[in-house]
Design a protein around this ligand. Sequence first.
Ligand code: IYT
Ligand code: CU
Ligand code: CU
Length: 316
Amino acid sequence: PSGCGSRIKQQQVFTNPYNFSLDVRMPGVTPTASDTYLCMAYPVPTSRDAYIVDFTPHASMDTVHHMLLFGCRTPVSKSSYWDCGSVKGTCEDDASIMYAWGRNAPPTKLPKDVGFKVGRNSGISYFVLQIHYGDVTAFRDRHRDCSGLTLRMTTKPQPFIAGIYLLMSVDTVIPPGKRVTNADVACDYTSYPIYPFAFRTHTHHLGKVVSGYRIRDGKWSLIGRQSPLLPQAFYPANKDVSVRDGDILAARCVFTGEGRTSKTYIGGTSDDEMCNFYIMYYMDSKHATPYMNCMETGSQELFENIPAEANIPIAV
Ligand code: IYT
Ligand code: CU
Ligand code: CU
């Protein structure tokens, strides 16, 4: 007995031959410590291509700090939920992020005619839901939690596919006590046009502001800028900044080393740091490239011209 009512028995509901919805939820869990990360995998329910066209979050506001949805081929477990804190991750292979929910952040909507392609051909045969349970005092009564998402899906091919372009720093070192350290990342964009519609920033405790830009003919245009201390959801991107062959994509994370007594490196624990700028875009399904990333350090010369806003911390 999950204690989650009948929802769990009805994970897949058909509304017509093409459209269905899938519940991706915790199977009735009772975390016992604050800041527990739990993961649960669900197989993509079709071997054919399918598209996620909408996400509906269901989260207990007093306990869930954030929820992420990943797609991959090989989740860490296929049988039950697992602790996916720093020891075990989400997937054995590369995971791609498709959705993020954070308390008090607006939910992301996919534009019309846009879907995330999933199914065996796409390399995504499992969904992995990750939930960060923050404060567990509401679990003193030992109730079971079924937070998660409902995915609205269709087997009808969509005109546009959604994708993620991730800019991340792999080599930043933050000296202890130093007030400002920038992590700069930039890559030439050499593919078919993409149309960014949402962005997400991620750092750990030392991040102050993260900004992402398109550079075209030397001109910097903001895609998005956010404090990583706010809920790390996908926020609406600046419209009208599309990206095409010949452009440069660039991101800066501003960190402080204040309060640290030793160097901070990029890594997986909360004492380490990360510098991530995710761009969620759509692209003509004819030349679908759903996942791209950039891990190159941006040159000092290029970043001389970054707009001043990128250095201004966002008040939270
Ligand atoms: C070293 C680092 O920056 N890791 C990031 C980015 C990353 C995301 C995914 C790296 C890989 C991935 O498959 I998805 I390889 C990182 O771990 N970011 C976390 C989550 O894992 C998504 C975050 O919250 O953005
Ligand atoms: Cu969280
Ligand atoms: Cu991280």
